[in-house]
Design a protein around this ligand. Structure first.
Ligand code: GLV
Ligand code: GLV
Length: 320
């Protein structure tokens, strides 16, 4: 029978077409701004399936608003820190995410940030666009080479491993926090070394975050760990803003303790901590990790596969 499916943000059209072709009634939020909380709750009322994005808080209130017929929340993202898993489990609502389709795109952005910040690419661009004078000079705008340096990954899953492959290809040494070991054969191929988090943080030239946001990883890079980092080292974050204490990060960048930071995510998106905005040694991107046409299409398709499976009484391909 026909189900009611709600989509809280514009997703690639192909995904919507697939759902409609399967005979379902599909409501898509098409405002320029995301739905406000009450608009969101109205939208999902009576839904059998909801496709959500990471700005949608899925909690008891959301589940109440949707109603007892709700069977699946398909998050169109790898991360699912916006969803209260226990509340969904208690009501028998399946939660799915989109792993396996965005790790290369996100690692590209992490690696892009690494080159941008170490070679001062954002600064150089700003200088030219501001019409300031410059000339090729042996001492002009020198950055640091990444070749021969060590990158420390906090999180060595699919995205962290894809980042490690890029770094290895550019001559870097790979280390990772060993709470969650890197899988074989990648760890062997990359000669990656696992070590305790505090040792990693204190011993690398670059720290790059690739962990999910959980209670354990909230502010995992806190003031104390930032203070323990090597002088002149760099931070890259394409995971979640709340994994870093932004206040402490900004202070360490302003004081010159850290060489720079490349950030794609922020604790209070879309707000960026004002202390970061004025710093030249920070590269700021607007959460572009998975933002390619190919990847977003694959994410939409995977979310739709999950929805169709659950509505048909089959196991979801990527339940969390
Ligand atoms: C994006 O941040 C995602 O989790 O997919
Ligand atoms: C730089 O442009 C060089 O030729 O070394």
């Amino acid at each position: 029978p026909m189900a009611r499916i709600c989509i809280t943000d514009a997703i690639p059209e192909a995904a919507v077409t697939t759902l409609r072709a399967a005979g379902h009634e599909v409501a898509v939020w098409d405002g320029d701004l995301p739905p406000g909380r009450s608009e969101l709750l109205d939208l999902v009322a009576g839904a059998d399936a909801v496709l959500t994005v990471l700005s949608d808080g899925v909690d008891e209130e959301f589940l109440d608003a949707a109603g007892p017929q709700l069977r699946i929340v398909a998050n169109v993202a790898a991360g699912y820190n916006n969803i209260d898993l226990a509340a969904c489990r208690a009501r028998g609502v399946v939660v799915t995410n989109t792993p396996g389709v965005l790790f290369d795109a996100t690692a590209d952005i992490a690696f892009g940030l690494l080159l941008m910040v170490t070679r001062r690419l954002g600064e150089g661009e700003r200088l030219i666009r501001a019409g300031r004078p410059w000339r090729y000079r042996t001492t002009f705008m020198l950055g640091h080479s990444i070749e021969g340096k060590t990158i420390g990954l906090i999180g060595a899953g699919q995205i962290g491993t894809a980042m490690a492959r890029r770094c290895k290809a550019f001559g870097m040494t790979i280390a990772y926090a060993d709470e969650h070991p890197m899988r074989e054969p990648a760890a062997g191929e990359l000669a990656a070394t696992g070590m305790p988090l505090d040792e990693l943080v204190a011993g690398c030239d670059v720290i790059s975050l690739h962990c999910p946001l959980t209670e354990e990883t909230r502010h995992i890079l806190n003031a104390e760990r930032i203070a323990a980092m090597r002088p002149g080292s760099y931070v890259i974050n394409t995971a979640r803003g709340a994994c870093i204490d932004e206040e402490a990060l900004a202070a360490a960048l302003a004081s010159g303790h850290l060489g720079g930071a490349g950030l794609d995510v922020y604790e209070n998106e879309p707000q960026v901590h004002p202390a970061l905005l004025g710093l030249e040694n920070v590269v700021l991107l607007p959460h572009l990790g998975s933002a390619t046409i190919e990847t977003r299409t694959a994410m939409g398709d995977l979310a739709v596969e999950n929805v169709l499976a659950v509505l048909a009484g089959r196991p979801a391909p990527s339940a969390v």
